[in-house]
Ligand binder design. Structure first.
Ligand code: AMP
Length: 256
């Protein structure tokens, strides 16, 4: 696996055939690995990006304490068959004078957008930049971030981007908790409380899910139904101490 830190360097690395990109913020786990494996199966060249994108963190969020371990991530990506790991500096992505933002206006407003102002603007902007830098034919995302997928689909459509979004199912731990880099923040006791979220979503009913979370005494940002690519998805976000977790289950519709 080649580790590349600049756009110029990346341009010089041969990328044969169909190129698949898996954008990540690192702290890699089996959820990310499922995306690498899908890309490995479907593409000739697999590129992953490792970039903790400050632009998608709202003020007061966990940007500074977000888990970072490039050595472990390098090992995981290499073992999963990634060809190129693109790990740019902040200046490489947001050089001095940077002033261009992508705003998917309506889809970015509710749910995550309400609780994380500016989040999707940061996500859409960095993804468009990564698409332009890496030039993949396919880009791989997790269904765990359902609204992110909806926002990115809209961007691809509205800006006529010549690429296919591939969306892979949420990978869960044996106890049902969706894998997330942020799970590392949870104590054992907090983790047990966090299990209320997948349990609530499994009711497949927003009213019952909200009631279940309230009974469990879990602080809930929202539980609601999101339309995503012809599917209805029950999405939820909770806070356990200072950790914010999201999850969802698809209610019906086309498989993603
Ligand atoms: P992140 O590093 O958190 O920005 O995530 C990078 C990609 O991995 C995103 O497309 C996420 O949706 C995806 N992802 C994160 N957690 C999971 C999971 N548990 N299962 C599948 N994909 C995931």
């Amino acid at each position: 696996m080649r580790i590349v830190r600049t756009i110029v360097e990346l341009g010089a690395v041969p990328r044969d055939g169909v190129v698949g990109l898996v954008p990540t913020m690192g702290a890699l786990h089996a959820g990310h690995v499922s995306l690498f494996e899908a890309a490995r199966e479907e593409c000739d060249t697999v590129v992953t990006s490792l970039f903790v994108n400050h632009a998608q963190f709202a003020p007061g969020e966990d940007f500074t304490r977000y888990p970072r371990d490039e050595a472990a991530d390098t090992h995981i990506a290499d073992r999963a068959g990634v060809d190129i790991l693109f790990a740019p500096s902040v200046d490489e992505i947001y050089p001095d004078g940077f002033q261009m933002w992508v705003d998917v206006q309506e889809l970015s407003k509710p749910l995550e957008g309400e609780f994380r102002p500016g989040h999707f603007r940061g996500v859409a902007t960095v993804c468009l930049k990564l698409f332009n830098i890496v030039r993949p034919q396919r880009a791989y995302f997790g269904a765990k971030d359902a609204q992110q997928v909806a926002v990115l689909r809209q961007m691809v459509r509205d800006l006529n981007l010549d690429l296919e979004l591939r969306v892979l199912p949420t990978v869960r731990d044996t106890d049902g908790l969706a894998l997330s880099s942020r799970n590392a923040y949870l104590s054992q006791q907090e983790r047990e409380r966090a299990l209320a979220l997948p349990r609530a979503l499994r009711t497949r009913d927003p009213v019952r899910a909200r009631a279940l979370l309230a009974e469990a005494g879990v602080q809930t940002d929202y539980v609601d139904v999101l339309e995503e690519n012809g599917s209805r998805v029950l999405v939820g976000a909770i806070r356990i101490g200072s950790t914010r977790l999201i999850d969802n289950v698809r209610l019906e519709g086309e498989s993603q």
